[in-house]
Ligand binder design. Structure first.
Ligand code: NAD
Length: 253
């Protein structure tokens, strides 16, 4: 297998960290991005021993100057960017759509949607020029959510941002074919720092998702990392424009 240079946004915690561990175990070189340097350093320390190269890029994915600089620095330092994984995201505080502030709507859309678009845009501009890579010059993998497919009570604007990612995935897959693939994953419930840290709230999510899941359990970050491993691998090279659910069948209930 060819080892790849893979950018994972939001990889200081949660699903992004689990993806980093899985992909490092498989021998890939990683660029870790997030806003909090100490969390990225913690992730980097967890990758020691796998013998892969790791770069840390601290910054905000909704800041176009930062994203453009980050992508060009990756290429200056490592030559190639094989894969960009748009994982960074926020859920915002659970609030009815008619009560959420304009400022909060802007923030959720800026980070979840604009951030994924910006990283995809600057990454794809570089990938298009990577002619020596065959059969694909690059891959983009977006992290949407089951909330992008079905409405979620009190997280309506978050759901809108994740639905926008599904359409971004399909639209970019069309525009970037045949040299770059674009796919998304739609996770269900997973306990990570994005959840409110109130133990009652977390227990409620666990009970609710166990009840609603056809597989009768909540998902783990490792479940998600397994799907990412497949999308990173050459076995997924004939897929593009897909939005793959990984939710234990919750959306079917
Ligand atoms: P998390 O809070 O642990 O991870 C999100 C990461 O993104 C954090 O490390 C955070 O610092 C980073 N981030 C936030 N804003 C950023 C910005 N502006 N620039 C750069 N980094 C930023 O939560 P998670 O559950 O691991 O979430 C990862 C992704 O998975 C998110 O996009 C989330 O919407 C999605 N998701 C999570 C679940 C779940 O149940 N946990 C379900 C569906 C989708």
């Amino acid at each position: 297998m060819e080892f790849k240079n893979i950018l994972i946004t939001g990889s200081g915690t949660g699903l992004g960290r689990a993806m980093a561990i899985r992909l490092a175990k498989e021998g890939h070189n990683l660029i870790l991005n997030g806003r909090t340097e100490s969390k990225l350093i913690e992730t980097k320390e967890m990758l020691e021993g796998f013998g892969v190269r790791v770069l840390i890029k601290v910054g905000d994915v909704s800041d176009s100057n930062f994203v453009e600089t980050m992508i060009s620095e990756i290429v200056d330092e490592w030559g190639l960017l094989h894969i960009a994984i748009n994982n960074a995201g926020i859920s915002g505080t659970p609030t009815p759509i008619i009560d959420i502030s304009e400022e909060d709507v802007q923030k959720i859309m800026d980070i979840n949607f604009k951030g994924a678009w910006l990283v995809s845009k600057f990454a794809a501009q570089i990938m298009k020029k990577q002619r020596k890579l065959k059969p694909l010059r690059g891959k983009i993998i977006n992290v949407s959510s089951m909330a992008g497919k079905e409405p979620m009570l009190l997280l309506g604007i978050y759901a809108c941002s994740k639905a926008a990612i599904i359409m971004l995935t399909k639209s970019m897959a069309k525009e970037l074919a045949p040299n770059i693939t674009v796919n998304a994953i739609c996770p269900g419930y997973h306990i990570t720092p994005i959840c409110n840290d109130d133990p009652n709230f977390i227990q409620n999510i666990i009970d609710n998702s166990t009840m609603k899941s056809l597989l009768k359990r909540i998902g783990t970050a490792e479940d998600v990392a397994g799907l990412i491993s497949f999308l990173v691998s050459d076995d997924s090279n004939y897929m593009t424009g897909e939005n793959v659910s990984i939710d234990g069948g919750v959306v079917l209930q």
